[in-house]
Design a protein around this ligand. Structure first.
Ligand code: ATP
Ligand code: MG
Length: 688
């Protein structure tokens, strides 16, 4: 079967797909078909250029976007032609790299990936036992050290700088902590999230043989959402493509929304420095949205002085004005959204999957979920950490991680006394001291000869029994991962433990159901991932325990997992998670000062500009209609507060907005000036 590659592409897109002579940067607006170029180019490289799929690599930002890209290529390439194709997030690419190269990085098989909670726990323990107890706050330390790592700093370079530049005591202490943290990670045979990219970069820089091997393996690399790469990610790209630069990067500076997490939009320009033969292509036309959406987006982003101006246009028609629904309270807001969705669903036969509700922060999701559930509207939630943060799920994940890597201290601490084994805080405290002195993991400390001198017999006995039990399970010959976990739950009688914890059997049952749901989810990722990642003949086996555990952590932290029970469902997502996606009808909830822009960003010009771009990202997700919602009053920390409409609504021409709320009259024909007056009137009415 032959697949035409120029089907439905415009001239610039087609040129971008065919350009292979030098590295290529496609810098273009939202909805102009950048991601489309990437998928078409994947097809082109495999079908027309005869590059084996396993040598084609594409990276995107979120698991959801990667999944979408896999689906788009699946439509265009038969299974045998795309086997081994590498479409993933940066972090998964890094993890796959490390799975091949772990020995060179000083890791042992079965290494663990620490999620942000695990890493925070490690910081707490390190700081708690140091002389800096009163100087350093664990969360701040975690943030700073993550920034350093994303900037490719080493503890040594931070030390040096601290010494030479006379840093304050706290920063000097942080540099020291950085070193301890890395050592303890190594003792735990663990990596944190930043290491998934940082460690491969380190190895590629220092080891020429590894570099050559990988450069030969990566025949072509495509990067989506390039504006949001950080320094390590940029470096990874540069090292993987080498001097030849078989690279296509696509991005949009207007959609740079991750600077707060270390992303460097200036990487867009750095490419030209590192690759003097960089070719640039612009895409002009938007294929996603009606013009009322694009106009709103254009006006909003024109006020972002940090980015170059670009006008979005499409030939999809004008579209309807955007409604601004002013609700009394957050409960009311959620109900209005749910009713609107239900109405459109029935009135216009719009499928549920064509709707998205976007919000700034996860905490906004709960009421919306409840309102949708009340009306029996199916939804899928991305970005809600709730599921993976549940105690029972954390316990379950920790057992799995500990089976794979007994040196994982975070997992060890979580489950050593869950359910109760009478291994109390004093025992753990002593064990911790012993482990720290020897720079070993807790498990290794518990197993070492000298430990007898630290404990009384009973405590040593209990600890030993726990370790023996773990080792016993670990020693079983290769078994299906899910079976092993089932066995663990049987052995510890976890449902009984939950009944002990909960006041009603019903609550305990609910928590056990969560564990069962998690097991189903594990079974699913174990199957699908093997299919997506396998190369050549090695398909159709299930993942082994280590691979599954690593994959699980990664999926959990990257997207905080979408639990898509029903694929024809309304999508609930944060604005950050919505990047790259599109929906027929978009609701943007909480269009208020302090929410969007977020209250922490208002005082800082750069962060405020990023909030504006975030709002732009939200708006440009809409194909046909856009509805903003806000409340008059909102409860914060138990107190009712009056709210103020988001400043970003001011920046959208008034004739594009149709205000609706209790007692708010809609003007018939409005000029811009009248619109502003109208807005001022509404504000006055709301008591501003
Ligand atoms: P974003 O910046 O939001 O990530 P993007 O530039 O990646 O957007 P795509 O998602 O690739 O844009 O494309 C937007 C929509 O336009 C998609 O539905 C895509 O299928 C469609 N599209 C892209 N190019 C064309 C084209 N030449 N003809 C018709 N439709 C197109
Ligand atoms: Mg895109």
């Amino acid at each position: 079967m032959s697949h035409e590659i120029n089907l439905g592409l415009n001239a610039q897109q087609s040129a971008a797909v065919r350009h292979l002579e030098s590295p290529l940067l496609v810098l273009a607006g939202a909805g102009s078909g950048k991601t489309r170029v990437i998928t078409e180019k994947i097809v082109y490289l495999i079908e027309k250029q005869g590059i084996p799929a396993r040598q084609v690599f594409a990276v995107t930002f979120t698991n959801k976007a990667a999944k979408e890209m896999v689906a788009r290529t699946a439509e265009r390439l038969p299974p045998e032609r795309r086997r081994g194709l590498n479409i993933s997030t940066f972090h998964t690419l890094g993890l796959n790299f490390i799975r091949r190269e772990y020995a060179a990085l000083g890791l042992r098989a079965g290494f663990t990936v620490f999620d942000s909670d695990d890493s925070l726990a490690l910081f707490k323990s390190l700081i708690g036992h140091s002389e800096y107890k009163d100087v350093i706050e664990p969360k701040a330390a975690q943030w700073q050290i993550s920034q350093w790592k994303n900037d490719l700093r080493t503890p040594q370079s931070c030390y040096e700088q601290a010494k030479n530049e006379g840093w304050d005591e706290e920063t000097r202490a942080l540099a020291g902590l950085f070193d301890q943290y890395q050592r303890q990670l190594t003792a735990c045979n663990a990596l944190d999230f930043d290491d998934l990219i940082g460690r491969p970069v380190e190895l590629l820089q220092s080891d020429a043989a590894v570099r050559e091997r990988w450069q030969a393996r990566v025949r072509y690399l495509l990067v989506d959402e390039y504006q949001d790469t950080n320094t390590t990610q940029y470096e990874l790209v540069r090292l993987l493509v080498g001097k030849i630069g078989a690279l296509t990067a696509v991005g949009d500076d207007h959609q740079s929304i991750y600077a707060w997490r270390g992303a460097k939009p200036e990487n867009l320009n750095r490419l030209a420095d590192d690759f003097p033969n960089l070719h640039r292509i612009k895409l002009e036309q938007n294929y996603r949205s009606v013009n009322s959406v694009l106009k709103a987006a254009n006006h909003l982003i024109a006020l972002d002085t940090t980015t170059a101006s670009k006008q979005l246009w499409s030939d999809i028609g004008m579209g309807e004005p955007h409604r601004v629904i002013v609700a009394a309270t957050a409960e009311d807001e959620a109900e209005r959204i749910a009713t609107e969705i239900l109405h459109r669903h029935f009135r216009a036969q719009t499928e549920y999957r064509d709707f998205a509700v976007l919000f700034r922060g996860n905490h906004q999701a709960r009421l919306i979920e409840q309102a949708l559930r009340k009306l029996n509207i199916p939804y899928s939630l991305t970005g809600g950490q709730s599921f993976f943060e549940r105690a029972e799920i954390k316990d379950a994940m920790s057992y799995l991680k500990l089976l794979v890597n007994p040196d994982d201290d975070a997992a060890f601490l979580r489950v050593v006394n869950t359910p109760r084994r009478e291994i109390g805080p004093t025992t753990i405290e002593k064990l911790g001291g012993f482990a720290r002195e020897r720079r070993s993991s807790l498990f290794a400390a518990a197993r070492s000869i000298g430990i007898q001198s630290v404990f009384d017999n009973r405590a040593a006995d209990r600890l030993n029994r726990f370790c023996d039990w773990l080792d016993g399970i670990r020693a079983q010959p290769d078994r299906d991962a899910i079976d092993v976990i089932q066995q663990v739950f049987d052995a510890i009688d976890y449902p009984a433990y939950l009944r002990e914890q909960e006041s009603t059997p019903k609550a305990a049952d609910r928590r056990w159901q969560n564990v069962e749901e998690w097991l189903d989810w594990l079974a699913k990722i174990s199957d699908t991932q093997v299919e997506a990642e396998s190369e050549g003949g090695e398909s159709a086996t299930k993942m082994d325990l280590p691979a599954l555990a690593q994959r699980m952590t990664l999926l959990g932290i990257l997207d905080q997992q979408t639990r898509e029970k029903d694929s024809n469902a309304v999508a609930l997502l944060t604005l950050h998670a919505a990047k790259g996606l599109e929906f027929g009808h978009v609701f943007m909830a909480g269009m208020e000062e302090d929410i969007l822009p977020h209250r922490d960003c208002i005082e800082d010009e750069a962060r405020l500009a990023e909030e504006r771009r975030l709002c732009f990202v939200g708006i440009t997700r809409a194909r046909l209609s856009l509805t903003f919602t806000l409340t008059k009053r909102r409860r914060r920390y138990g107190e009712w507060k009056d709210t103020e409409p988001s400043r970003f609504l001011d920046d959208i021409p008034a004739d594009l907005l149709q205000w609706q709320g209790e007692g708010i009259e809609q003007p018939k024909e409005v000029s811009q000036a009248q619109g502003r007056e109208h807005l001022a009137g509404i504000r006055a009415m709301l008591g501003k």
